[in-house]
Design a protein around this ligand. Structure first.
Ligand code: GRF
Length: 196
């Protein structure tokens, strides 16, 4: 299976996914794509020998479909079977999601369905949660809402801040996403639960 990985920032999840595919694996990374040509993740992908591309969303303004049409044009030449959103910070419209329906994954830093959207760690702390974590799900038109493919748990400490909690969750993201991708690439959608 050919995997395209979308990122917007440092790309630590892209690195974890790419490293997990280096051995005997049913999938291989064929592209790392970002909406930001300066994203650190693109340099890391290039250093790993993975093709990179950047499609800046800003010239398209509010025309999300036009931005996504450009995404598709770039993607088509790499013929991805699976798209992994990994720290990709642009909301995708049903137009793009329909093209990759059933073969697009996302990792979200909360135990969905709790805390869809942004600032998940602060929201968990504000709610006094003692358990938090991350979720890999299939991407559907509703934001952070598709079928759950895996979750990893993190215990919240009394002295945790949003920053320390984010760091603990990120470690679990790097464990969870590669395991879910390996199974998904083999057609196994049995939800994976780590640390529960
Ligand atoms: C992190 O906040 C992570 O929780 C979320 O995306 C952000 C950046 O991740 N999934 P990465 O280091 O770019 O993979």
């Amino acid at each position: 299976k050919r995997v395209a990985i979308f990122l917007s920032g440092g790309g630590s999840n892209m690195v974890a996914l790419a490293q997990s595919m280096q051995g005997d694996h049913p999938a291989k990374p064929v592209l790392a794509l970002s909406n930001d040509a300066q994203a650190g993740g693109l340099q890391k992908a290039a250093a790993m020998g993975i093709a990179t591309a950047a499609v800046d969303h800003r010239p398209f303004g509010d025309n999300r479909e036009a931005f996504e049409a450009e995404l598709c044009k770039v993607l088509d030449s790499y013929r991805p079977d699976i798209v992994c959103l990994a720290g990709f910070m642009r909301v995708l419209t049903p137009y793009f999601i329909d093209v990759y329906a059933g073969r697009m994954l996302n990792i979200h830093p909360s135990l969905l369905p709790k805390y869809k959207g942004l600032h998940t760690h602060q929201r968990a702390l504000d709610a006094g949660d003692v358990v938090h974590g991350c979720t890999v799900h299939e991407v559907t038109a509703a934001l952070d809402d598709g079928p759950i493919l895996g979750q990893a748990k993190v215990d919240v400490a009394a002295n945790d801040t949003a920053q320390t909690l984010a760091a603990k969750v990120l470690v679990q993201e790097h464990a969870l996403y590669p395991q879910v991708l390996r199974r998904f690439a083999q057609g196994d959608k049995t939800p994976l639960r780590l640390g529960f």
